[in-house]
Design a binder for this molecule. Structure first.
Ligand code: NAD
Length: 586
């Protein structure tokens, strides 16, 4: 990727404040979000352009990064910039309501859609791994995943321990304290539980401790188990990072007859070469092996994964609740080691998340482009005022204010969905948009209501600069990923990738400001297709018009995708919210 750019060294994160370098706030938002992704507080290895998730990058090379910034500074309000795998490749005259930036990352034609071919192209400088929010400039640090992790564990507790206080008294064992996985210890303690997390890279554990995501670290497994058991018995939340390979830790626990209540994993197992660490090596030794002998590295990495999955299955046999946490470790050992029983434990989406997706609910996130934390606190109040009946949402916002440190641009995440209600009078006409879906033009979705409220606060000067609203690619209607978001779909349509493409096309038509389509996020090249969008709320009527449209079409595709697959919850949502589902009674 070359030597880090001087511009990046100068920025060291997103520019903040109300003065802009670009022609308008839409372009400026893209420039700030790209730099926010590469803020040393936000990204895992910013000097290599790596944001998170193994090698998920924000730009293909440092030259490409400089060129993207130059293009964004020149881009006018009627132009659209095209970015192909992290490199700017074209600029066209379009129109004001069109997206300012369109991004496609890591996409390959089916027959060639695998890591081997990807790595060949990457070595020639022709492609980049964009993960999900790395290459679409929507990553906001570990805070971005924390609510999803918190909600998943809350749902697990609700299903398995309905009479208990969340995870109080329960021990969760996991692996991986990277950009996303680092959210696990805090999400467990927020649910009152105890977390033991294996991590081979001691610096990553230190980073989670510094940012308040993990409490302690140790090299000693006996000490970790002892302290965890004592905390669980006392009903106290506690988290510890154990400096060890996750596969070795699970075997060590089983040898000691220690079985946790819950077992999962978030090492970067989706990438056997650059994400996952084989057992028997320090990080430095493994990094050297990868350079010198990548084939041996891959073989040893997959051997360790096989033992790792076996450990999870053995713990499940002994009574632990096991689930895969979206890193495709089951798919890896099934594909490369023929271990069919890998799928004897479920993925987290069918187990805990799908009912939310059916309602168009997903992780909605927003960042204050001012850099002012007060702006996010104002949005915290606004979301609580807007949805007084949502107790969980209130609890989440209070916990986040108390326990989640901002990284880079102050941001917040919460899960909002479709649920078109009655539109407030002031939003009924104007902009000439079809505010709701189906034949209820007045219906505003939850996401649209909240975005419009933020836009008003920006217009009124209650928030000091525009706010950009975006989300994870992991959302209701924006992903095809048979080992994760679309695992075990009711109608067997797991691998049908038309849905994320329709989602991206529709969000362009609806006027999102940045739209992206990627391959391979979360689960590795060839295993997923997914899309994302951003809308910049600058207080203008145009922003309101875009927000009304995009925050209807976007969660709406989640409702129709699941309605088409025959989910009752999605069909009920479509009925209640007047979402048109042609051929629903076929
Ligand atoms: P990351 O690359 O930033 O971190 C992975 C961490 O795992 C690193 O710190 C690495 O040192 C550690 N690790 C690797 N192999 C190990 C081993 N054998 N034992 C112990 N530690 C090991 O990645 P991330 O952003 O934290 O994402 C982790 C995984 O989760 C990825 O596969 C990613 O695609 C997936 N993911 C899941 C979700 C979700 O919602 N469930 C969301 C994003 C990412």
């Amino acid at each position: 990727v070359g030597e880090p750019s001087d511009q990046w060294k100068e920025y060291r994160g997103a520019p903040t404040g109300t003065d802009i370098e670009c022609e308008g706030w839409r372009q400026e938002a893209a420039l700030r979000m790209l730099n926010n992704n590469l803020d040393p507080e936000v990204a895992e290895k910013p000097e290599e352009l790596v944001v998170y998730g193994g090698t998920g990058r924000a730009a293909r090379s440092w030259d490409a990064y400089d060129a993207i910034l130059a293009e964004l500074r020149e881009l006018d309000d009627e132009e659209t910039l095209l970015v192909q795998s992290g490199k700017p490749v074209g600029r066209f005259r379009t129109h004001e309501r069109a997206p300012r930036v369109l991004i496609a990352n890591s996409n390959l034609v089916g027959k060639w859609d695998n890591w081997d071919h990807f790595h060949e192209l990457e070595a020639k400088g022709l492609i980049m791994y964009g993960q999900m929010t790395a290459g679409s400039w929507a990553y906001i640090g570990t805070q971005g995943i924390i609510q999803g992790t918190y909600e998943t564990l809350a749902e697990l507790a609700e299903q398995h321990y309905p009479d208990d206080d969340g995870l109080r008294g329960k021990i969760v064992v996991t692996g991986g304290l990277g950009g996303m996985g680092g959210a696990q210890p805090l999400a467990v303690t927020m649910n009152h539980g105890v977390c033991i997390a294996a991590e081979v890279d001691e610096e990553r554990i230190d980073r989670r401790i510094e940012t308040g995501y993990c409490q302690e670290k140790t090299d000693d497994l006996d000490e970790a188990i002892e302290k965890a058991q004592a905390a669980a018995e006392a009903g106290e939340p506690y988290s510890v990072g154990v400096h060890v390979n996750a596969a070795d830790m699970l075997e060590g626990m089983l040898e000691r007859d220690f079985v946790p209540d819950v077992v999962t994993d978030q090492t970067s197992a989706h990438d056997e070469l650059e994400g996952y660490y084989p057992s028997g090596y320090t990080v430095a030794e493994a990094d050297e092996l990868r350079e010198e002998d990548p084939e041996t590295y891959v073989e040893e990495s997959l051997d360790t994964m096989e033992r790792h999955v076996q450990g999870i299955l053995d713990m499940q046999d002994e009574g632990a609740v096991a689930f895969e946490y979206g890193n495709n470790i089951r798919g890896q050992v099934e594909d490369h080691r023929g271990m069919d029983e890998a799928f004897d434990y479920p993925g987290f989406v069918p187990a805990y998340i799908r009912p939310l997706f059916c309602r168009g609910k997903g992780p909605f996130r927003w960042a204050a482009l001012s850099g002012d934390e007060e702006d996010i606190h104002r949005t915290d109040e606004a979301v609580k005022e807007l949805f007084p009946e949502k107790e969980n949402l209130h609890r989440w916002i209070d916990l986040a204010q108390e326990q989640v440190e901002f990284q880079g641009l102050p941001s917040r995440v919460c899960w909002l969905g479709y649920q078109a209600g009655d539109a407030p009078e002031e939003h009924r006409d104007g902009g000439g948009t079809t505010a709701g879906a189906g034949d209820d033009p007045d219906g505003l979705t939850e996401r649209a209501r909240f975005a419009l409220r933020i836009n008003e606060l920006v217009a009124e000067g209650d928030i000091s600069a525009p706010v950009v609203v975006t989300r994870d690619h992991l959302d209701a209607g924006s992903v095809a990923s048979p080992n994760r978001e679309t695992e075990a779909m009711r109608d067997g349509s797991d691998a049908v990738a038309d849905w994320p493409i329709l989602n991206a096309l529709l969000n362009c038509a609806a006027g999102a400001d940045i739209v992206s389509v990627h391959d391979g996020g979360g689960v590795g090249i060839g295993n997923a297709l997914h899309a994302n969008n951003h809308v910049v709320l600058d207080g203008s009527d145009l922003a309101a018009e875009k927000a009304r449209r995009v925050f209807t079409t976007d969660p709406g595709t989640g409702v129709i995708r699941h309605a088409d697959a025959g989910y009752d919850e999605a069909l009920a949502e479509a009925d209640e919210s007047n979402v048109a589902v042609p051929m629903r009674d076929r």
